[in-house]
Structures are given as C-alpha cells and as structure tokens.
Design a protein around this ligand. Sequence first.
Ligand SMILES: C[S@@+](CC[C@H](N)C(=O)[O-])C[C@H]1O[C@@H](n2cnc3c(N)ncnc32)[C@H](O)[C@@H]1O
Length: 238
Amino acid sequence: MHRSDTTGPRPAWFFREYEPVGVDLGSAAAVASYDRNQGTDPDADDALLDRLDVVAGTRLVDLACGTGSLVVQAARRGAEAHGVDVSEQMLAFARARAERAGAGAHWHRAGFLDYAHRAGPADVVTTRSALHQLPDFFKQQALLNAAGVLRPGGTFYLWDVIFSFPPADAAEHLGQWIDTAGRPVGEGFTRADFEAHVREEFSTYAWILEGMLARAGFEILAHESRSPTHGEFLCRRR
Ligand SMILES: C[S@@+](CC[C@H](N)C(=O)[O-])C[C@H]1O[C@@H](n2cnc3c(N)ncnc32)[C@H](O)[C@@H]1O
C-alpha cells in the first residue's frame, strides 16, 4: 500500500473520493461491525467466483473491496487477487483476514478514480455495493478506469443499489426498501442508514448505468434486478 498505487495529482474539480460520503463506514466500530451488517458470506463469495470462472492463476481486481472477503476467497483458490479501497481501516481488516486464511493477496489504498493498475491486465474486475459512492459523472470515469484495468474480453461484474423501478414510483419503492431492510440499532444497518443512503449517496437507475457501461467499452452480457432497488450487471470488455 504505497503511493504508486495511485495516479498523480488531480485537477481541483476532481471528486474527493477519500472523503466519506453518506453512511460512515470508515470508523473502527463501523469496520468491526461491517460484515455482520452487510451479511458478508464467504460461501456466497465462492458462488460468485465460480460464476465468474475465477480459478488458480486468474488475475482479479476487486474495486472498493471493503473487508476483503471476496479477495481472500479468490486468493484461497489460487487467483492473483487484488483488493483496492480508499479506507485504510477497511484494508487493515482485509489484510488481517487474508493472514488468518493464509491467503496471499495484494492490497492497494486507492480509489475507483485514481487506482493505477501496475500488474498485468486483469481477467476479472468486480465491484460490489460501492459504485454508488460516486456521482454519475464520476461513475463514468470510474467505469473507464475499470475497463482500462481489464484485458480485452475480460469480465466486469457490478453489484449495487441500482434502481429499476419506474421513476414515477420512486417514493413507493424506496419506502418499501427502507421499511423492510432497516434493523434495530446494534443488529445491522438501520432505517436511518438506508435513509441516508438515498439522501446522501448516489445510487442511480439501471438504464443510466447501461449507457455508462456501453460508453466505458463494455458489452452487457446479463443484467438482473434482484429487487426494484438492487441489481447486477455482468459485462465483457470489448
Ligand atoms: C459498502 S462497502 C462495500 C465493500 C465490499 N465491496 C462489499 O461488498 O462488502 C463500500 C466500500 O467502498 C469504499 N469506497 C468508498 N468510496 C470509494 C472509492 N471512491 N474508491 C474505492 N473505494 C471506495 C469504502 O471504503 C468501503 O470499503
């Protein structure tokens, strides 16, 4: 985790991706409770890695890796696994997880926008529950950067809070999500967390992301909405 993980100075108008947006996940307490709150599940990570054909020797980069479960599971099956995150606290947790698992992984303190990939072109780039940290203009820049990390034909996987409801029905669908997802304090992300997500973070519509993915050089192989508020894109770099 050193300076060469990132590109050089940015213009003054550039998004400050190291400053927290919305729900604060950077504190020691937030990192310690993150896996419980998020429902981190190494078996689910393995199922995703199977879907993405991640095997020994696959070079995988997980952008905004958080506590690093996906990266560690990839490293455990012999992949060259890279975890990238702006949060030193998250990376410290992820590194400890890798050490406990005896899995050699590569950790980079960098952001979607300034991550400079120094290894060979990646076979797979993933990012889950994080692209919404950027406003749409910067999401597009982040997707361009992700495409630049991948080899032609490589796989890009995106999972996030992604809206697929009709815009006119937004209040109804957001209300349903917040009503059902919020947990009591101490048991998970709270109603107030989800309210802050909608108010202060930058989740957007699937149809906007479709255009961004195409403009970043991705072919969309599959798009699935698990619910009106969550979904995934599986893409191939052209
Ligand atoms: C909700 S967590 C998701 C973590 C992990 N991907 C997962 O699925 O559990 C969001 C993560 O994004 C990171 N993050 C926020 N903005 C970022 C940025 N611009 N570039 C890279 N990571 C970022 C945060 O530090 C945090 O670890």
